[in-house]
Design a protein around this ligand. Sequence first.
Ligand code: CP
Ligand code: NVA
Length: 306
Amino acid sequence: MKRDFLSIADWSSEELSDIVELSSKMKAHPESYSGALRGKSVALIFEKQSLRTHVTFDVGIYQLGGHSVYLTQVDINLGKRESIHDVSKNLERWMNAVVVRTYAHQSCVDMGKYMKVPVVNALTDYEHPCQAVGDFLTAKEHLGDLKNKKFVFVGDGNNVCNSLMLMAAKMGMNFVAATPVGYAPPEEVVKLSREAAQKTGAKIEVVNDPKAAVRDADVIYTDVWVSMGQEAEKEQKLKAFHAYQVNKELMKLAKASAIFMHCLPAHRGEEVTDDVIDSSQSVVWDEAENRLHSQKAILYTLVAGM
Ligand code: CP
Ligand code: NVA
């Protein structure tokens, strides 16, 4: 049966560990997988902008011997020119997989339901699972074993935070989200994360004080305060988040060995200062590189065996 990669919650700890492990192998020996998608085509559908996700899927599919077709709203106007159902029923006749970035998470879920080929969530308003897989590869490369280590997400309880919290729970890493009142991650995601954490022994916390949260942290992670699609809330959010900037003072409260992570794009001077993102503690370019390897592993897992 086909599988979709829509939410970290849908995949078991073992399966996710296997994908991270495979990402690492593909990074070390890309040539061993160069024919995995030979003769296969993958659609890349983007309702919103992207640098990393677009480029790394495109390059990754090429490196696996496959072919990608990039489609934006200008091309297909998903849900307006043609319904999501009808677009899906067309694509499944030509494509071996579909990678899709939508505003509404439900659009991505619906495509998975309508199509007989795997659908990969390339970011929705609810989750960014590909980011989380790449980031845990990066965290492992820098920290080794993640058990009993502490991952602190400072800022907005958004799509990236949701996927990272679920991933930490499944990988057995302690996770703290430090968010302003009113911007905590959704209750449902916290509940699913805590359920998964019961099996792995991870501790999942949601707090409001960033300074207390980052004490003893091994990872400090942040993301933009205003995500794509939230532009109307910009003024209100900038006010709510000003105490949640990751700067040198905040970094000093974490372990001296702590790494700084950010999914990018960064709004320098807002959620992070230049002296943090450009410091020797920052691993943001490794994260960007690892998107390539981990997405190849996700596609390999979903498509190559079919
Ligand atoms: N981190 C990330 O997904 O970046 P893009 O929005 O540029 O794809
Ligand atoms: N939270 C951000 C992540 C961008 C990769 C957004 O949704 O815009």
